[in-house]
Design a protein around this ligand. Sequence first.
Ligand SMILES: Nc1nc2c(ncn2[C@@H]2O[C@H](COP(=O)(O)OP(=O)(O)OP(=O)(O)O)[C@@H](O)[C@H]2O)c(=O)[nH]1
Ligand SMILES: [Mg+2]
Length: 356
Amino acid sequence: MSEGHFRRLSPPGEAALSLWEIRGEAGLASRLGLPEAFPGRPRRVRLRDADGTLLDEGVLLVLEEGRAGLWRAELHLHGGEGVAASLRRCLREAGLEEEAPPADPDRCRFWRARSSLDARTALAVLRGRVDPALAALAGGPAPAGEEARRWRRRLRWGRLLEQPPRVVLAGPPNAGKSTLFNAWLREERVTVSPWPGTTRDPVRARFLLPLEGEDLEIELVDTAGLGAACDPLDRAAAEAACREIEGAWRVLWVLDASSEPAPELAARVAARGPGDRLLWNRADLGLRPGTPEGPERPDFTGAGGRRPQELLPALEDWLRGELGPPPGPEEPVPRGEDRLRRLARLLGEPDPGDRG
Ligand SMILES: Nc1nc2c(ncn2[C@@H]2O[C@H](COP(=O)(O)OP(=O)(O)OP(=O)(O)O)[C@@H](O)[C@H]2O)c(=O)[nH]1
Ligand SMILES: [Mg+2]
């Protein structure tokens, strides 16, 4: 018969701390060599195995003691997998059985939040500030006017937080896309070379965009140059780039400022979406004569490779402009696919996919 149960509350993987729940009958604490602690009052503990070898130092928080002879506590230890293995061995030797971790997607979303806006909105859900607002919306008449507009904005932000907006760098070979990609990430992430056709497979990486005192995670994609694809490898690379462009939230077309793009590419750039932009890059090498008007006119001119600090603030302003103001602290932003789907239905919207 089992002497008690334990489960890991915090997600596995590399982390500074890990949280464990242990429960069993009264007297379990002393059998495990844990000190007495008053419920609700954290106490420092040294975790030792049966031979007295120190395994870790942490904090014990007794949650329940006495009710029907039950003892339930949280143990907060260091987070490495080695500590987890020692604890498991120790507890199993004492006759405790491990249970599956709680399936609590809202808590996991908060723990795994990658940006401050992500964390804030995930915490609001966890604290029960969003579901009552959704329930009230579902119970009342269909929202209209200003109220509907506000809820649509929250739906859009919920989606942007669930799946970071994807910004794709596209353009001909050798226009400096990869150099700009590295500069934007502030990291030498991909190979850059003076030979066209360096990038083949799309490369994705994420960065934090500052946004009104908070930040939002953006996915940046570097792609292969689109040009006269002669060999099958070039063609496959260009097709992969096109798929990225199709699935983008926004596209930044990167052209070489000093040379005329191929007509097919120029037409494609001119037909770009209203939220997409055109950059004339490598402008330190000179500009081609005559600035075109209309959709062929560049939105930005600069040198992503030589003077990124002059270009990046304008590019980030563009993204902020496309995003619009983030939701305020009191606004209930739905998180998780289920809530988003429910809200979309209440608003009479079809299904996810935000290019708006
Ligand atoms: N002078 C100058 N050179 C640049 C600039 N940006 C990139 N380069 C150079 O241009 C060459 C091509 O840069 P990449 O970033 O590899 O270009 P790419 O568009 O990724 O090229 P592909 O991967 O072949 O499509 C490299 O030699 C870079 O050092 C710039 O702003 N000014
Ligand atoms: Mg490249």
